[in-house]
Design a protein. Structure first.
Length: 392
């Protein structure tokens, strides 16, 4: 049985209580405004990349109008990026795009969180860092199961030996940051079916990790994938980091859990690395709301995956009852085991059906009955961001 904690017993997170993020939201609530904040991907969202006449790639994007609204309305800005880490140089880069200083930064594909302090510094969230450092993993070695703590060097070594047979595999390395870092696989022009097979193999051979693909914006193609696969602690990822940030923020600014004071995050992104952040569901038991917006420049793989996720989250009551009836007919352990076996041994059609059903089961089984609230907008890059911010 879940223990119910009365709100008087809850204590706000000191890290968040001292942050500019919470200060701005508290001021908005005091002014009778809603506790809205924006969470923006960086690359492909606050700027886009195109080739010039000489064939060179250039970044372009002007966020002046967006920043004007955020500053005038005192709306906090959170950046959520796949870049390994964040520093003053990155802050300056955003200034060059006429983007307001971020009040918090989620970096490392969701493996590290920084909070802006009133004196302008970005402080590492020690609480989130502790969660990553304590992530347990397990794998097979010499027919023995090995249990240990997430170690990016160890994972890189395992995968460099394990994935050499895959077309497009260019090696696994370690990306470092102010936290524990993570293992990253370099991939070049791998067919999408091979990419899916590689992801399944990684997730089935190492427990306690999460695989997060991220496209190279300079080589987007409908037939193959070029970019990186971040192999993160299972407790990381843009979705997990956003949930942590929203849970701590909600507990700090609204300990009495008043519905009208729930913070609402508006998440915006354009690539596969963003899909879990964009499709984060919330339910009546959550102390916050999340609305997701996919930009008009969504990559082909991100579009395909978001469609599958939307189908899972958008189940009507009749479909939910049917899935529950199927679960009642055999234990959830039996059904999920059969479906996972189908993922490994079935043909492409059977694998797709198994993946879809597992997704739907996870949604139905969620005690919060979370449902995603997201849509795709026509505008791309900074223009799309401005469209979202205008309607907050």
């Amino acid at each position: 049985m879940n223990e119910i904690i009365e709100h008087e017993e809850l204590e706000s997170n000191p890290e968040f209580a001292a942050s500019v993020l919470v200060s701005k939201l508290s001021e908005r609530l005091q002014e009778g405004k809603s506790a809205d904040l924006t969470i923006l991907d960086v690359d492909g969202t606050v700027y886009e990349k195109t080739k010039n006449e000489e064939g060179n790639w250039q970044k372009h994007g002007d966020n002046t109008a967006t920043s004007g609204i955020l500053e005038q309305e005192n709306i906090p800005l959170v950046l959520c990026t796949g870049r390994p880490d964040w520093n003053e140089k990155a802050d300056n880069e955003m200034q060059g795009l006429n983007l307001s200083s971020a009040d918090a930064v989620i970096a490392g594909a969701g493996s590290i969180i920084y909070l802006r302090t009133p004196d302008g510094r970005l402080e590492l969230s020690r609480d989130f860092d502790k969660i990553q450092r304590e992530q347990k993993i397990s794998y097979q070695y010499n027919d023995q199961k090995v249990d240990t703590i997430y170690d990016p060097e160890l994972i890189a070594n395992i995968l460099n030996n394990q994935l050499t047979q895959y077309q497009g595999f260019a090696g696994c390395r370690v990306d470092t940051n102010a936290s524990i870092g993570y293992a990253t696989i370099d991939v070049e022009k791998i067919p999408f079916d091979e990419l899916s097979k590689m992801l399944r193999e990684i997730n089935s051979s190492i427990e306690g990790v999460k695989t997060t693909p991220s496209e190279n914006a300079e080589d987007i193609n409908d037939e193959y994938f070029t970019g990186w696969i971040m192999v993160l602690p299972a407790s990381a990822g843009k979705d997990k980091a956003v949930r942590f940030l929203m849970e701590q923020t909600a507990n700090t600014i609204n300990p009495a859990k008043i519905d009208q004071k729930k913070p609402t995050a508006h998440t915006v992104g354009d690539a596969t690395i963003d899909i879990w952040m964009l499709s984060l569901g919330t339910g009546s038991k959550d102390d916050y709301n999340i609305k997701g917006y996919g930009l008009g420049n969504l990559t082909p793989l991100a579009t395909k995956r978001l469609k599958k996720l939307s189908n899972a989250f958008a189940l009507n009551d009749e479909e939910r009852q049917q899935i529950l009836a199927d679960i009642d007919a055999q234990t959830i352990e039996q059904q999920t085991a059969q479906l996972r076996q189908q993922l490994l041994t079935g043909n492409d059609e059977e694998k797709a059906a198994a993946s879809d059903q597992l997704r739907k089961i996870s949604v139905v089984q969620d005690p919060n009955r979370r449902r995603a609230d997201f849509r795709i907008i026509e505008q791309s890059g900074p223009n799309g961001v401005l469209e979202v911010v205008k309607n907050i």
